[in-house]
Design a protein around this ligand. Structure first.
Ligand code: UTP
Length: 405
């Protein structure tokens, strides 16, 4: 029965070749392959599923440091009362592959300490703990992992005693996957009975959270705000009461922390309006015209970069599952079977992975508060081992902020 429905699904997407070695498989391998195909979301292969051309871009108003400093007490009061009432939660994106860092295990397990151990996960938990201590209330933390790093991540948290956090408030869920394809859009096989897949990008968090059933915790506890943040910025201030308060008081559906770019060419996505709605233009899509555009005061118009720290009103997110999250196609070196059925490792990009991005969620929000933060205090991303945005630069910034490493 399942064989028939799998064949129908494969025919719909033009992927019948995935069963080319079916007769060579053992009974259990056959069942596993059919189950995998049956459960695999192939919507990335549908026409119209890819990211579209951008609309009309215009500058967005930023809440800058001066105003934030002046109103900080007021914002903080509002933010703290929301946290105390249990209406804010944090959601850590930790499903990435960390390819650039070159570590085979979960990025959060990376030890960036010099004179003592200091893991990336530990930095995040310490930062969240600061808010818990200030508010005097635990905050629910959802952690999105991938099927590749889920078990080791959970084990690590247990082994480290949740870095002093209350385990009842920590919830792990696994992110969904997308198939990988060759450059003609044909899904690749990792093995004769295994389809090649990769995590479906950080925009997959909402769908994956719902599939895991953990959204019931949000509903049961009347959580109103979700702060989504990347695992790899060790100075990340999540559930920041000032940020929450400012977004609530501005009556926005979401807020986005931004930093002033170091120069027009810095490789960060910039906040803007697209067809009148909040949006982000990724650095690789930024035209020179936008990059150097200046306003009447002689200031760059698109000069505030996002740092992957967003708060979303949960209600407003309910619209997102109706609006399609487009897939972005990323070239990748994928280990897969060659035409002779032999597993082959490629050292240059030989296919595509398909990712949805959290920044596309922003386009479906009615309003967004871009909230400036001091880069040296809140932005220390670890993407590479050395050089820009690396372990070395993050260590330096941690030291500058008085954190023992
Ligand atoms: P990056 O885009 O920097 O990717 O992720 P990465 O996987 O960490 O690193 P590279 O590109 O392979 O070197 C930004 C954030 O989004 C999360 C990452 O864990 C990180 O917190 N992410 C990324 C996911 O949770 N899932 C994904 O599929 C991709």
């Amino acid at each position: 029965m399942i064989l028939d429905s799998v064949k129908t699904k494969l025919a719909k997407y033009g992927q019948e070749h995935l069963l080319m070695y079916f007769d060579e498989l053992s009974e259990s391998e056959k069942t596993a392959l059919l189950d995998q195909i049956d459960n695999l979301d192939m919507s990335c292969l549908e026409e119209n599923s890819l990211s579209k051309d951008t609309g009309e871009i215009a500058p967005i108003e930023i809440m800058e440091l001066k105003e934030i400093t002046e109103k900080s007490d007021e914002f903080k009061k509002v933010g703290l009362s929301i946290i105390k009432e249990g209406k804010a939660a944090a959601l850590m994106l930790a499903g990435g592959m960390g390819t650039r860092l070159g570590s085979d295990s979960a990025k959060g397990k990376f030890d960036i300490g010099v004179t003592k151990e200091l893991f990336i996960f530990e930095c995040q938990m310490n930062n969240l703990m600061d808010v818990v201590n200030e508010a005097g209330a635990w905050i629910h933390l959802f952690i999105m992992t991938s099927d590749k790093n889920n078990d080791e991540t959970i084990e690590f948290f247990k082994e480290k005693n949740y870095f002093g956090y209350n385990p009842e408030f920590v919830h792990f869920f696994v992110q969904e996957k997308s198939p990988t394809t060759d450059k003609n859009g044909k899904i690749l096989l990792e093995d004769k009975g295994v389809v090649s897949t990769s995590p479906n990008g950080n925009g997959g968090w909402l769908i994956s959270l719902r599939k895991s059933g953990l959204d019931s915790i949000i509903e049961k506890n009347n959580i109103e705000w979700i702060n989504v943040f990347a695992v790899d910025n060790v100075l990340q201030k999540m559930c920041d009461p000032v940020f929450i308060g400012a977004t609530v008081m501005a009556n926005c559906s979401m807020g986005s922390k931004v930093v002033r770019k170091t120069d027009p060419n810095e490789r960060v996505g910039v906040m803007c309006l697209e067809d009148g709605r909040p949006s982000i233009v990724e650095y690789y899509d930024l035209s020179d015209e936008m990059r150097y555009a200046k306003n009447d005061k002689g200031e760059y118009e698109y000069y505030f970069g996002v740092i992957l720290n967003y708060i979303f009103k949960y209600d407003a997110l309910c619209k997102v599952d109706k609006c399609e999250m487009p897939f972005h196609v990323v070239e990748k070196a994928i280990t897969c079977l060659d035409e002779n059925g032999v597993s082959t490792k490629s050292d240059k990009p030989n296919g595509y992975k398909y990712e949805t991005l959290v920044l596309d969620m922003i386009k479906s929000m009615d309003s967004c508060l871009p909230f400036e933060v001091v880069r040296e205090r809140e932005f220390a991303p670890i993407k590479n081992r050395y050089g820009t945005d690396s372990v070395d630069t993050a260590r330096e910034l941690l030291k500058q902020n008085g954190i023992k490493i």
